[in-house]
Design a protein around this ligand. Structure first.
Ligand code: GDP
Length: 363
């Protein structure tokens, strides 16, 4: 082909002959795609404690694809008979309270006693930012190198209810894989704590001293949920303040109604960073489990939680079925406009949409 650039008179930029592009960087390299696993492959792998298969199964739980969900639900169903045999411990505290530092040392403490530990997280920010700030492997440096620790960040997308359900399902798989200690971490403003509380046996609140107004800014509801309150950073010149805060918390707890288990929440000071008082914190947790197993509250609470999760799952799925229905979506948009323009009240608009939906179901 004749190009003006090839003319001797041409003074502009020269174009050199191109080099034929290589078909591939390395023609011998085979692209390795993970083999598709059947439901039984997943279940067998999980029951053998295969971490990579467990990880892949959790990814299925987190997937929004219908095909993945169908496999995930079957895997969960088959793992259920092997689940339940663990201590489920919820851990919460404001950012900077020392959750990751503490989970690192608490986790090592648990592993030294000869168990296996899964660390899961529910991140309330994921709903908005679609990103995860909690449960990141790098936050727990020591634990992430332990072969008996499985650390999984929060499912990163979806409603808090959806994220919580996935974490609850992940607990089932982890237990079937032999993890006999499950930590569920969260940070939040109440709602995510309630979600974690509804899936654990023991709820630990990590607090800080030294802010002068220890009891302010803590939602009363979160304190009421706590089975144990631990004051972190009780080290160096912070010891006195931490002990003072502990006394204040103990006083405040006296004013609360008795917990449903009749267990009296304990308040303990410790230092996650200097690893001081870890035995005491864990001693409290051991005492709690001994107590609730003796009184039967352990079973009772687990049964109540199972019922709660059944209803929550129904609620979630009903909502999804409703809002994802294309005709309902279209009608909702119309109704929204009418409500905004004051042409119809919110209540009659809602009734119209619901009537439409139920009419369609009947047909
Ligand atoms: P998280 O946001 O709740 O996970 O808190 P981190 O574990 O990341 O801790 C926040 C900061 O507090 C870090 O700089 C830690 O090194 C520090 N920290 C954590 N635990 C202790 C402790 O027991 N004593 C002291 N002095 N500092 C601590």
């Amino acid at each position: 082909m004749e190009h003006p650039e090839n003319n001797k008179e041409y003074k502009g930029l020269q174009v050199n002959n191109g080099v034929a592009s290589q078909p591939t960087v390395n023609p011998y390299r085979r692209t390795r795609k993970a083999r598709q696993l059947s439901v039984n492959d997943y279940v067998e792998g999980i029951l053998k404690g295969n971490v990579s298969i467990l990880g892949r199964a959790v990814t299925l739980i987190e997937s929004t694809a219908d095909a993945h969900q169908a496999v995930a639900q079957e895997v969960i169903e088959k793992c259920l008979p092997y689940s339940g045999n663990s201590r489920r411990i919820g851990i919460t505290g404001v950012p900077g309270a020392g959750k990751s530092t503490s989970i690192d040392v608490f986790g090592l403490h648990v592993l030294r006693q000869g168990g296996k530990l899964a660390v899961l997280a529910i991140d309330p920010s994921s709903e908005r930012s679609k990103g995860s700030i909690l449960g990141d492997k790098t936050r727990m440096e020591k634990l992430s190198q332990e072969k008996d620790a499985f650390i999984r960040p929060s499912p990163s997308a979806g409603s808090l209810g959806g994220v919580a359900r996935k974490t609850r399902e992940t607990i089932v798989l982890c237990e079937a894989a032999g993890y006999d200690n499950i930590f569920v971490e969260t940070v939040g403003v109440g709602q995510s704590e309630t979600a974690v509380h509804s899936m654990v046996d023991f709820f630990l609140l990590i607090q800080l001293a030294g802010t002068g107004d220890e009891l302010q800014g803590i939602k009363r509801g979160i304190m009421e949920m706590a089975d144990g309150i631990v004051i972190n950073k009780c080290d160096g010149d912070n010891i006195q303040r931490a002990q003072l805060a502990a006394a204040q918390f103990r006083n405040a707890l006296h004013l609360f109604p008795p917990t449903p288990s009749k267990w009296v929440p304990e308040v303990i000071t410790y230092s996650g960073y200097y690893e001081l008082g870890i035995d005491e914190v864990w001693g409290m947790i051991d005492r709690y489990f001994d107590y609730v197993k003796k009184t039967g509250y352990f079973e009772k609470k687990r049964n109540e939680q199972a019922k709660y999760w059944m209803i929550e799952t129904i609620n979630e799925q009903l909502k999804n079925a409703f809002y994802h229905q294309p005709e309902v979506k279209a009608l909702l948009e119309q109704k929204e406009l009418r409500v905004l323009n004051n042409e119809q009240s919110s209540f009659t608009a809602a009734k119209d949409v619901l009537d439409f939906y139920f009419d369609r179901l009947r047909k």
